[in-house]
Design a protein around this ligand. Structure first.
Ligand SMILES: Nc1nc2c(c(=O)[nH]1)N[C@H]1C(S)=C(S)[C@@H](COP(=O)(O)OP(=O)(O)OC[C@H]3O[C@@H](n4cnc5c(=O)[nH]c(N)nc54)[C@H](O)[C@@H]3O)O[C@H]1N2
Ligand SMILES: Nc1nc2c(c(=O)[nH]1)N[C@H]1C(S)=C(S)[C@@H](COP(=O)(O)OP(=O)(O)OC[C@H]3O[C@@H](n4cnc5c(=O)[nH]c(N)nc54)[C@H](O)[C@@H]3O)O[C@H]1N2
Ligand SMILES: [Mo]
Length: 764
């Protein structure tokens, strides 16, 4: 069989009939058509469930279609008909299952009963819930050094489960709560908290309709937040500017054909989205944004216009640190700005002009900004630019980190973090009357290191796929296997489950679409979107199996078996989730009347909109920063001189949700039948003597002497800046060194590592 990947022209327009067809395909493969249609129509409806896809919001008055292609795929995979059965588990050893592709593992369908790993037979087999809880509880109790346990969580989990999970962990005595956020937007939370005293974005969904300039830094809404394209389309139609900063000209930012717009669909029409495309070098955004501010301040000093371009009153009344920021800008020469950003002064001034001419600019950003070494500094620079013109706390303007998982924001607010706010911990102590560990625990990358050094002995995973999502796949897999105990709460089989510690369990849980029946009746859970809106999620489908438990019930079962019902009555919490929400209300401000507010059809805001005046920073004022530009935008400064050396970034396709890969295609980028590709600039190809379709091996320029290689990737000529290459996550995670993390954030630098390409030796 040929392993040639078919490469076509990238698409210019996102959405359209392609999206409709793709939804249809996903549903056809899931379960009976009427049932799956009925389910999909419940997505993001007031009486339905919150989409388990991305964290984009839902309007106050939702239409009957509030889902996108990604949501349909996520739902279709949850409601599939396949089940992991005992005969299947007896047929294959775990070593044999490791040879399955990620797709085939998930394709076995829903997990239905608790499973225990047997080292002698190298197989998982069914056990009862009582056995699972008892045995895991005993192991947890037996661990003397409680900090040797980590509680990992993925941002899909509900607020209720997240809150109980961290409460269980902290009562147990650990401070290690690594999460998907550590690999995603941790830098955003830190930068926002430092700048304005709140870890979350300042924009509300309604602001998009009022904004007159939307700046999109380092994310790809066409693939990753498709419902955002509706807002961008309306923005374009009313004459607002949409400005993209991205090394790649991503399809959805060029044009969008709205599947909900009958006329556009009938005519095969589409609407242009971005008015301007700036293509910075990888990691060059901080320089570009500084350049924008430098242009604005230069015009201001030269009094080019009669009115002030910056908001002096806002700065005076609200901010600290303006002088050192001004100084940092003055000390940054245009040459450095141009070199590092890869943009000309002309281009940067053009962007600056759009920014200052706008009354209500929004700046959004994605992992293209949050997964670099200097991410926190870059994001502070964006916050500087917003503060400079008083654009925080204004309707239609502000900062908007494009969080990924549907409850990434809520999960962090609920305290699933290895470095939560001190005020949160103090509040938790008071409400539950116990002493909480105050020092920071290990994030995701640090967890891998600690597991490898045998300093973490127990890994609990609330969803997610840690060994595929984390960097350094081989090292992470080894690390997981070194644990004494690994426990995964999951809906479907994935590769992390196949790296068992000495003892290992898989605990199957309900998905979002399913009815959650507890002692006091049917339960609802809550989820917070990236606009700080908290909404209720009601499951309505019969569970995939009668023996499934909810995430909340599993956490309560584990906690009870480990700690008993003494400090917290886990049984009461489990019986009626209103009791959990009562406690959340006591711990967190912003959740007053949680239970009643949650039942209002449009939900409620978890944090009030900034209105200036008081800021929850240490100084009580919003803070400018004055970081110097980074010396280099990848870790290996010396690397760029060499001929076949590139900065590698990892990206997603429309047909995956993180480590769940739905198909081998990326129709937007014209890739069919495989994902092992390297997108590369044609000039670089010529220089390196590489032809389109050639196979290359990618090797990391490692700093620790470890060999990191990914073999047989196909060369695809692409519009990408020279010196940068791109490939798909998670296939290339084997190349990303666990030591290469963001300053302050600890986030793996998934958007920039130095690598070398060599022609593959294997004949194709
Ligand atoms: N279909 C789908 N939807 C998803 C997900 C998924 O896997 N699939 N994942 C969800 C999750 S958890 C998340 S966090 C979000 C992720 O959403 P995104 O942040 O959009 O994620 P990526 O696909 O990794 O895309 C990163 C983008 O940043 C650009 N980029 C890379 N480096 C730089 C840089 O230095 N500067 C600039 N300006 N741009 C850069 C890349 O070219 C790419 O367009 O999506 C969520 N939604
Ligand atoms: N190189 C590179 N690495 C990256 C990134 C990158 O851009 N490049 N992105 C990073 C980002 S942004 C993120 S957010 C992380 C994602 O890291 P994770 O959140 O750990 O990964 P996911 O792939 O989202 O997790 C998928 C698994 O979740 C389980 N699951 C699905 N639904 C449910 C449910 O309802 N309950 C439970 N308990 N389990 C469920 C299924 O078993 C499924 O296999 O990866 C990070 N890793
Ligand atoms: Mo993410």
């Amino acid at each position: 069989m040929s392993d040639k990947i078919i490469v076509k022209k990238p698409m210019a327009s996102a959405g359209g009939w392609g999206a409709v067809w793709s939804c249809g395909q996903a549903l056809l493969q899931s379960t009976s058509i009427p049932s799956s249609f009925k389910t999909v129509l419940k997505t993001n409806q007031p009486d339905g469930f919150v989409c388990p896809g991305c964290a984009w919001g839902v309007p106050e008055e939702p239409s009957s279609i509030e889902f996108c292609e990604n949501g349909v795929k996520a739902v279709a995979r949850e409601i599939c008909e396949n089940r992991v059965t005992e005969p299947f588990l007896q047929e294959f050893t775990v070593s044999e299952l490791q040879t399955f592709s990620d797709f085939d593992l998930e394709d076995q369908g829903r997990l239905t009963t608790p499973l225990r790993y047997n080292r002698m037979t190298d197989r998982y087999s069914e056990i009862t819930w009582a056995e699972a809880f008892k045995e895991i509880g005993a192991e947890l109790r037996a661990l003397k050094e409680r900090k040797e346990a980590v509680f990992y969580a993925s941002g899909r989990t509900s607020n209720e489960a997240a809150f109980l999970y961290q409460l269980f962990g902290r009562l147990y005595g650990t401070n290690n709560f690594p999460s998907s956020t550590d690999m995603c937007h941790e830098a955003s939370h830190i930068a926002l908290e430092e700048a304005i005293g709140s870890s979350f974005g300042t924009v509300r969904l309604e602001d998009f309709a009022k904004s007159d300039a939307i700046f999109i830094f380092g994310h790809n809404p066409g693939s990753n937040h498709p419902r955002m394209l509706n807002e961008l389309r309306s923005a374009n139609r009313r004459g607002a500017q949409v400005v993209s900063f991205n090394p790649l000209k991503e399809c959805g930012l060029e044009r969008f054909s709205d599947p909900k717009n009958q006329l556009e669909m009938m005519r095969f029409g589409s609407t242009p989205i971005a008015s301007h495309f700036f293509t910075p070098k990888s990691g060059g955004d901080m320089a570009a944004v500084r350049g924008m501010a430098k242009a604005i301040l230069t015009w201001e000093y030269e009094r080019i216009l009669t009115h002030s371009l910056i908001d002096r009153v806002f700065i005076e009344e609200n901010c600290n640190g303006f002088e050192s920021y001004e100084k940092a800008i003055e000390l940054t020469p245009w040459k450095d700005i141009e070199d590092q950003s890869g943009l000309t002064r002309d281009e940067i001034e053009q962007a600056a002009l759009i920014y200052v001419q706008a009354d209500r600019p929004i700046i959004t950003w994605g992992t293209g900004l949050s997964q670099h070494k200097h991410s926190v500094a870059s994001l502070r620079e964006i916050m500087n630019l917003l503060l400079l013109c008083g654009n925080i706390g204004k309707l239609g303007a502000g900062a908007c980190p494009m969080l990924g998982h549907s409850n990434a924001q809520g999960m962090r607010r609920m305290g699933v973090s290895s470095s939560p706010q001190e005020s949160f911990l103090e509040s938790l102590e008071q409400v539950f009357n116990f002493e909480v560990l105050k020092d920071d625990g290990a994030g995701a990358a640090a967890t891998v290191k600690l597991m490898n050094e045998n300093k973490v002995r127990i890994f609990l995973g609330l969803g997610g796929n840690f060994t595929r999502a984390a960097p350094d796949t081989d090292l992470t897999e080894e690390a997981m296997r070194k644990c004494r105990l690994t426990v995964h709460i999951a809906t479907k089989l994935n590769r992390s489950h196949l790296m068992p510690g000495s003892l290992s369990y898989i605990l199957p849980c309900l998905g979002r679409t399913e009815v959650d029946e507890q002692r006091m009746g049917e339960q609802l859970v809550s989820v917070e979107d990236l606009f700080s809106k908290v909404r209720a999620s009601y499951g309505f489908r019969p569970p995939a199996s009668e023996s499934l438990k909810s995430e909340v019930a599993i956490i309560c079962g584990l906690a009870r078996a480990t700690l008993g019902n003494k400090d917290v009555n886990w049984s009461t919490m489990e019986s009626d989730y209103d009791h959990i929400r009562e406690k959340i209300e006591e711990v967190l401000s912003g959740f007053t009347g949680f239970n009643s507010q949650l039942r209002s059809p449009s939900g409620f805001d978890a944090s009030p909109r900034h209105s200036g005046g008081t800021w929850a920073t240490g100084s009580g004022r919003a803070m400018f920063s004055g970081y110097p530009l980074p010396l280099a935008t990848t870790l290996q400064k010396t690397a760029k001189a060499k001929k076949l050396t590139f900065t590698l970034q990892s990206i997603r396709s429309i047909d995956q949700f993180n480590t769940s890969v739905h198909s081998q295609n990326d129709r937007y980028r014209g890739i069919f039948g495989g994902r092992k590709v390297v997108f590369i600039n044609p000039t670089d190809m010529r220089r390196a003597g590489l032809a389109a379709g050639a196979k290359v091996d990618i090797a990391t320029i490692s700093e620790d002497g470890r060999n990191r290689r990914a073999l047989d990737f196909q060369i695809v000529p692409y519009e990408i800046p020279e010196g940068s290459i791109a490939s798909y996550f998670p296939e290339v995670n084997v190349l990303f060194p666990v030591y290469s993390t963001g300053d302050q954030s600890g986030t793996p630098t998934s958007k920039a590592i130095p690598v070398v390409l060599t022609k593959s030796r294997r004949r194709t």
